[in-house]
Every structure is written in structure tokens, then in C-alpha cells.
Ligand binder design. Structure first.
Ligand SMILES: NC(=O)c1ccc[n+]([C@@H]2O[C@H](COP(=O)([O-])OP(=O)(O)OC[C@H]3O[C@@H](n4cnc5c(N)ncnc54)[C@H](OP(=O)(O)O)[C@@H]3O)[C@@H](O)[C@H]2O)c1
Length: 329
């Protein structure tokens, strides 16, 4: 597995990480035994960069990932997040907090659930519009001084917020949605990360699974699947988007790769400071995805893909309207 330096740190991460969210929530039925096998296989294959958050489950995903991480601690760079507030009794509701006392309480709780002494990379999951970023990052910086956290990250932060945060404490990673059809961060966030030596961690690089071609119709999503309420998977948007996926699938097949590998190779081709974290709970998908590291797309091929799937072609927003205003904050 190829490795990349984690921005502004002494750590090295695999060129592809593993997103663990779907192992516990959102994307249909879960199976802890298969997920644990997937986590162990990832580590065996040299994928050392695991991504979780307190909010996934809620809380269950950290507990699950912790079962593997605590046994193989030296092989893992573990990233987790705080900042999205969920009430287990009303899981659909979302709040946001970056208050210093909240940050510190969340960190202690995450360490306990993961069963480890130090979090390698601790992200603020969403920028809290009611708490100045300096206060939140100040509290995160205290966690570094206390030895509870090694490096800091932000998720879905604007270029301006990244700059302000970085002035308080070096930021190592910014995690944002980035894929063939989520490219809004190319304008300001990616250039800012490059300028400040920050790794861009690309979440949902498979378009939440849409770009893999596994969903040909809305009904292919399980009845309780979160994506049934996601604008890109709904109504006319689904029909428009599946037409693009079918073109990409044909292109990938002609190239002798799978659509998932194409989506990941495209992200990897955007630069060595960008690390995708595809999510899966299955060993078979994991093995297919990690092969993408060795697929090189030429300039001509990238231009062709831009023609097949221009960045503005995708129909529907990334999240429902109420959540959109908390992106790139
Ligand atoms: N910071 C944030 O706000 C944020 C938001 C969303 C996600 N994330 C992180 O990013 C990670 C990845 O994003 P994501 O999981 O939302 O989306 P994704 O990686 O774009 O797609 C995941 C979906 O693709 C499917 N899949 C994976 N590999 C496949 C393959 N080779 N063939 C067919 N289907 C395949 C998975 O199926 P199975 O589930 O059946 O394996 C799952 O349904 C998450 O796990 C999470 O850690 C962060």
C-alpha cells in the first residue's frame, strides 16, 4: 500500500483510508462480525487510516472500531470527530457544538469508547456557527498538550475558517466531501489546504455508493437507508444521476476496471495531498477499492471523464436543505 504524509505531522497514512460509518448506521443492514473482519483485513493489507465519529451509531461505531484498534494500536492512525450533537432518543435531530467544555467531554468519551489513550487525529465534525473557531481549536489544542490527542482536523470548514483555525494550532487534515460529482471545494478549500500543508481527506469518494453502480433504482436502497432521504437519490434526480453513472460504468468497463475503482482513481489523480476514505463494511469491496491505488488515469482520460461527468451535471444537493447551511462553515 502506498503511503502519504499526514499534513503538519510526523504520521504516515495509507493513500486510501477506510470509512467506518456505514458499519454502524445509515447505509442499510449492518453485520458486526463482517465489519470486524473488514477492519482487520484493511490493516493486514496496509490500510492504516481508519475514520469514525462519535455521532455514527450514535456512539456504536467508535465502540465497534475500538474492538480492533485497541488490539492493533501500533498499526493504526485512528481519526474520530466531535461536534454533531445527537440525542439517542431522537436520532434524526441534529445540533452542533464547538464549546470548549463540550469538546473536552467528547474527547474523554471517545477515548473510553475506543479503548485507547490517545486519538491520532481529532476533527471538529461541523463548524459551530455560535462558537468562534479560535475557542474551539483552543480547546482542541489543550487536548494535544494533555496528550489525549496528537493532531487536529476540521470537517466541512471554509478556507477562511481553516486559516483562522491554523493560526491557533497547526491543522493536519480537512475532511470534506469530494468525488467526481462533489467538487465545490476545488475553488477555495483545496488551494487553502495546499498552501498550509494540510491533507485533504475526501469523504464519500464513491458518491455515497451511487458512483459504484450498485443502485440502479431507488428501490434498491433498503427501506431504512438514510440515502432514501438524500436529494441526489430522490425522484427525478435519481434518474438524471443514474444516467451519468451508467456512462461512467461503461467507460470503466472499457478501461478494465470497476466503477468504484474509477471513482477512487479519479480522486487519487487530483494530487498526493488528497486521501480518499471510501466506506465499506465488506471485505470484497475493500479489496476491490484498494486496488485503485495502482490505477493511473492520464490527462487525456481525466479530460474525457470531465466531458462524461462535468462537475455541474449532478442533480440534487449533497444534503437536505436544513443541513446544507452547516457545510463549508
Ligand atoms: N465528515 C463528514 O461529514 C462525513 C460524512 C459522510 C461520511 N464520512 C466518512 O467518510 C466515509 C466514506 O463515506 P461514505 O461511506 O459516506 O460514502 P462512500 O465511501 O462514497 O460510499 C459508501 C457506499 O459505497 C458502497 N461501496 C463501497 N465500495 C464498494 C464497491 N467496491 N462496490 C460497490 N459498492 C461499494 C458501500 O457499501 P457497503 O456499505 O455495503 O459496504 C456504501 O454503501 C464514511 O464511512 C465516514 O467515515 C464523513
Amino acid at each position: 500500500m502506498q503511503k502519504r504524509p499526514l499534513g503538519n505531522s510526523s504520521l504516515t497514512i495509507s493513500a486510501i483510508g477506510l470509512g467506518c460509518m456505514g458499519m454502524s448506521e445509515f447505509y442499510g443492514a449492518t453485520n458486526d462480525a463482517e465489519s470486524i473482519l473488514t477492519l482487520n483485513t484493511a490493516l493486514d493489507e496496509g490500510i492504516n487510516f481508519l475514520d469514525t465519529a462519535d455521532v455514527y451509531g450514535p456512539f456504536k461505531n467508535e465502540e465497534l472500531v475500538g474492538k480492533v484498534v485497541r488490539k492493533r494500536r501500533d498499526e493504526v492512525v485512528i481519526a474520530t470527530k466531535f461536534g454533531i450533537v445527537r440525542d439517542p432518543n431522537e436520532p434524526a435531530k441534529r445540533g452542533f457544538s464547538g464549546r470548549p467544555e463540550y469538546v473536552k467531554a467528547c474527547c474523554d468519551a471517545s477515548l473510553k469508547r475506543l479503548g485507547i489513550d490517545t486519538i491520532d487525529l481529532y476533527y471538529q465534525h461541523r463548524v459551530d456557527p455560535t462558537t468562534p473557531i479560535e475557542e474551539t481549536v483552543g480547546a482542541m489544542s489543550d487536548l494535544v498538550k494533555e496528550g489525549k490527542v496528537r493532531y487536529l482536523g476540521l470537517s466541512e470548514a471554509s478556507a477562511q475558517t481553516i486559516q483562522r483555525a491554523h493560526a491557533v494550532h497547526p491543522i493536519s487534515a480537512v475532511q470534506s466531501e469530494y468525488s467526481l460529482w462533489s467538487r465545490d471545494i476545488e475553488e477555495a478549500v483545496i488551494p487553502k489546504c495546499k498552501e498550509l500543508g494540510i491533507t485533504l481527506v475526501a469523504y464519500s469518494p464513491l458518491g455515497r455508493g451511487f458512483l459504484t453502480g450498485q443502485f440502479q433504482k431507488y428501490e434498491d436502497l433498503a427501506p431504512d437507508d438514510f440515502r432514501r432521504n438524500s436529494p441526489r437519490f430522490m425522484g427525478e434526480n435519481f434518474d438524471k444521476n443514474i444516467a451519468i453513472v451508467q456512462l461512467l460504468t461503461r467507460w470503466a468497463e472499457a478501461r478494465g476496471i470497476t466503477p468504484s475503482q474509477l471513482a477512487l482513481a479519479w480522486v487519487l489523480a487530483q494530487g498526493e495531498t488528497i486521501v480518499p476514505i471510501p466506506g465499506t463494511k465488506r471485505v470484497s469491496y475493500l479489496k476491490q477499492n484498494l486496488e485503485a491505488v495502482d490505477i493511473m488515469l492520464s490527462k487525456e482520460e481525466l479530460a474525457e471523464l470531465d466531458r462524461i461527468s462535468p462537475k455541474e451535471a449532478v442533480a440534487g444537493t449533497r444534503y437536505v436543505e436544513a443541513m446544507m447551511k452547516f457545510l463549508n462553515g
